[in-house]
Design a protein around this ligand. Structure first.
Ligand code: UDX
Length: 443
């Protein structure tokens, strides 16, 4: 037993994790690796079957070794039943989805359903840790509506995660900070003990502030991206080069070099959802968050700008074949949620183009999105580009960046254009091969 502050805690706590997406599964595996006994609950029967069969339903760098080890020695098990997960748990982590509704509001249905079940099923004191991203004010409301009425004492903690898809394991062990939002200091002690093997500043605050830290962080990162895209668009008009401007701006230590890469803008399951979710919180609280609205609008417009560049370069795309290299919202993942390529494909098809789509990991998830004959899917980028009038580099997969672009051009229709959606190719080399080269702010 270890004595921590005013609390006696065993190293191996019993932890329930609800939801096995890239946050829940990473948390379950890493906490089991730290010595805790974890039961993860997953309601999707297909995913549960995979997990119980020792198969990971998601790809995350470095996770499979941990998953194999902790499932192999029984420190991590899976169930569909919340009561089973709760049986011995003193700590429960909520990591279920909080997707966007059509109007941008955050869908809290899964979170509320889990909270109702916990309040009903908990039979001994429990600390509930909210890792799902929920709008500021949610935690206080959930506690008041569900946990304050429970038959046993339930503590609530907001502990937002800052994991990047594809780097979630690395980010778990190397966070810039651990944010702990709770009503009582002794509850924070529990989290500090839970994360005792992670070297990072632990910042404690009230619940609503902790929820706001998550939204403010993602909204600010999205703002940096939309800002540098606006600067890139202006560079095109004044004859400046974003390749020179962005790095020099980023050398200011107050700004920093990260998230200043101009291009097609952000996608994924977080920035789009969290910026729209925060905008809705603003509207609901009678605040006009103009800057955030602009960030969202600029990001949406980058995809339109890309299509307009293609249409202009080809003098129309009707009946023409266009290759889209990269469907995932970023390299290293098969996740296509809100990926720029999806909107670009929709716009081009609506303009009468035929699409050849290629991605190293995301073909399966993308196919479900396009039930149309106007798009063909390829595993080989050289095949995808054959007979195309244009090629769009939409995701900067290393294997696409390093293609033999001279060979690619030989198979294309003339005159051919290349839209470098992530500003990652050597434009002089590409132009020398005879492409009409387009990008964002690269004069
Ligand atoms: C993000 C946050 O980084 C993470 O902290 C949070 O927990 C979840 O949301 P993620 O969505 O996985 O993580 O991806 P990230 O690597 O941050 O990139 C987000 C998007 O921004 C990608 O579409 C990427 O292409 C784009 N991006 C990123 C740019 O367009 N320019 C940049 O300079 C950086």
């Amino acid at each position: 037993m270890m004595r921590i502050g005013r609390l006696y805690m065993s190293k191996d706590k019993h932890i329930a994790v609800i939801g096995t997406g890239y946050v829940g599964l990473v948390a379950a595996c890493c906490l089991a690796k730290s010595g805790h006994r974890v039961v993860a609950a997953e309601k999707n029967s297909d995913k549960l079957k995979q997990l119980q069969g020792g198969v990971m339903p998601i790809y995350e760098e470095g996770l499979s070794d941990i998953f194999t080890a902790v499932t192999g020695d029984g420190r991590l098990t899976f169930t569909s039943d919340l009561k089973t997960a709760l049986a011995h748990a003193t700590v429960l982590i909520i990591a279920v989805g909080t997707p966007s509704l059509a109007d941008g509001r955050v869908d809290l249905a899964q979170v509320n359903a889990v909270a109702v079940a916990i309040a009903r099923l908990a039979e001994k004191p429990l600390t509930v840790i909210m890792k799902s991203t929920v709008p500021p004010g949610t935690g206080k409301s959930i506690f008041k509506r569900y946990f304050s009425q429970a038959k046993v004492p339930i503590q609530y903690v907001s502990n937002p995660e800052f994991l990047r898809e594809g780097k979630a394991v690395w980010d778990w062990y190397h966070p810039d900070r651990l944010v702990i939002g709770c009503a009582a200091p002794e509850v924070a002690d529990q989290l500090i003990e839970l994360y005792s093997d992670i070297e990072a500043p632990k910042v404690t605050m009230d619940i609503t502030s902790a929820e706001m830290v998550k939204y403010a962080s993602n909204a600010f990162l999205a703002t940096k991206i939309s800002f540098i895209n606006e600067i890139a668009n202006l560079c095109e008009r004044v004859g400046a080069s974003i390749d020179a401007v962005a790095p020099a701006v980023g050398m200011d230590k107050r700004i920093g070099p990260h998230f200043l890469q101009a291009g097609l803008g952000y996608g994924g399951s977080c920035f789009p959802k969290d910026t729209k979710g925060l905008e809705h919180v603003s509207v609901f609280n009678d605040y006009n968050f103009n800057l955030l609205k602009a960030v969202i609008e600029v990001n949406a417009r980058q995809r339109v700008t890309a299509v307009r560049k293609i249409i202009k370069a080809l003098d129309g795309v009707t009946g023409k074949k266009i290759a889209i290299l990269g469907l995932a919202f970023k390299p290293g993942t098969d996740d296509v949620r809100e990926a720029p390529a999806l909107d670009i494909i929709d716009y081009l098809i609506s303009e009468g183009a035929k699409i050849a789509a290629c991605d190293p990991l995301a073909l399966v998830s993308a196919k479900q999105r396009f039930p149309t004959e106007d798009i063909q899917f390829y595993t080989d980028p050289y095949q995808a580009c054959r007979d195309c009038a244009a090629v769009v580099l939409a995701t900067e997969w290393p294997e696409f960046v390093n293609l033999d672009w001279e060979q690619i051009k030989q198979g294309m229709q003339m005159p051919c254009m290349l839209l470098d959606g992530r500003n990652v190719l050597d434009k002089d080399v590409i132009k020398r091969y005879g492409y009409r080269y387009e990008a964002f702010g690269r004069n």
